[in-house]
Design a protein around this ligand. Structure first.
Ligand code: OGA
Ligand code: NI
Length: 335
């Protein structure tokens, strides 16, 4: 049986049952015209109004489109190119990097969990990129020129942007600017997930990615340059996330929701597939080192705003354990 969606998509005249989302209600929801805020990262240290706009974006949407973030357009193209080259490798070559059944790292398709039997129409390459000594290089494509150089350089650029955003978020709440970063411990962790969504002729009830929130602290997403698909849930409605040239789509993950005692929202989002075109994106999940406890920042716990979350060690296992039960990790931490 073929497992990788790319192979299934290349050679099938009927949609395999396991990809069909049967819960029409869950799938329903027209997407609305867009209002996802666009934030100029270069203004966050100098402009109060931009800082206020960031705060408003992240308290209401949990996400925004970041422009002027300092990564050159030509470098973003290089990142897109290595992603494309990886998925263009032969099926046999890609299988050298296949993940083990219960491991999230490596190349492969969706994990199967008892509570959700519908599989996502996507293949991914999932890699720990930071700290560098935790990279598991046998999952990194060996024969793609510059793959590692580009990913390493991109990761360090993303790390800097993540710091700028986290400091700005802290200042926007009148907190000491390192209060979120301090919870990162000595070594921040970053995972890269290259997502490949093949075209799907039966796009009407197939998920690219099922609705979910991210278990990261922050996620910085490089969207496909041409093909849309991402949608964000806000106030019970789905909003499409348009392509803003060279912007990074940034969203809060469950861990910042917890650290901010619920002020910043980790949004539910999903991906729809395109009937004609493939779509490739790269999500960078930034988070504290895994052994580190996280919890709401002390200053945010007051008589009026009591503590909403317990302290937890927010590991990938913890996220997946809850995901398996159909629960959001941030919900599982609620007091
Ligand atoms: C993710 C994600 C969105 C996309 O990888 O968690 O939400 O558009 N990706 O690929
Ligand atoms: Ni996501």
């Amino acid at each position: 049986m073929k497992n990788q969606v790319q192979e299934i998509a290349a050679d099938c005249d009927q949609l395999p049952e396991r990809f069909i989302c049967k819960d029409a209600e869950e799938y329903a929801g027209e997407s609305c015209p867009t209002e996802i805020p666009v934030i100029d990262v270069s203004l966050l240290t100098s402009s109060h109004s931009e800082l206020d706009r960031l705060k408003s974006a992240v308290t209401t949407w949990g996400c925004f489109q970041a422009i002027n973030h300092g990564i050159e357009s030509s470098f973003l193209d290089k990142v897109r190119e290595i992603s494309r080259l990886f998925f263009n490798l032969s099926a046999e070559e890609k299988k050298k990097y296949l993940r083990e059944e219960h491991d999230i790292e490596g190349y492969g398709n969706d994990m199967v969990f008892p509570h959700c039997k519908t599989l996502d129409w996507t293949d991914r390459l999932h890699l720990t990129v930071l700290p560098q000594h935790q990279q598991r290089l046998h999952f990194w494509p060996q024969n793609l020129t510059n793959f590692k150089e580009v990913v390493d350089e991109y990761s360090s650029k993303i790390e800097l942007i993540n710091e700028v955003i986290l400091k700005a978020l802290a200042r926007s709440l009148n907190l000491e600017e390192n209060c979120f970063l301090d919870q990162y411990g000595t070594t921040a962790k970053m995972m890269a997930r290259f997502n490949y969504y093949p075209p799907c002729p039966w796009s009407d009830n197939v998920w690219g990615l099922k609705p979910h929130s991210d278990g990261s602290a922050m996620t910085l997403l490089l969207q496909d340059k041409e093909v849309e698909g991402l949608q964000i849930l806000k106030d019970g409605q789905w909003f499409r996330v348009p392509i803003v040239p060279d912007a990074l789509t940034i969203n809060v993950g469950d861990q910042i929701e917890i650290m901010s005692n619920g002020i910043f929202k980790s949004p539910i989002h999903r991906v729809l597939v395109n009937s004609k075109n493939q779509r490739i994106t790269l999500a960078m999940f930034c988070m504290p080192q895994t052994e580190k406890d996280i919890g709401p920042v002390d200053e945010l716990i007051t008589d009026d705003t009591p503590r909403l979350y317990k302290n937890v060690t927010f590991s990938i296992e913890f996220y997946l354990e809850n995901y398996q039960l159909g629960k959001r990790a941030s919900e599982a931490c609620k007091i």
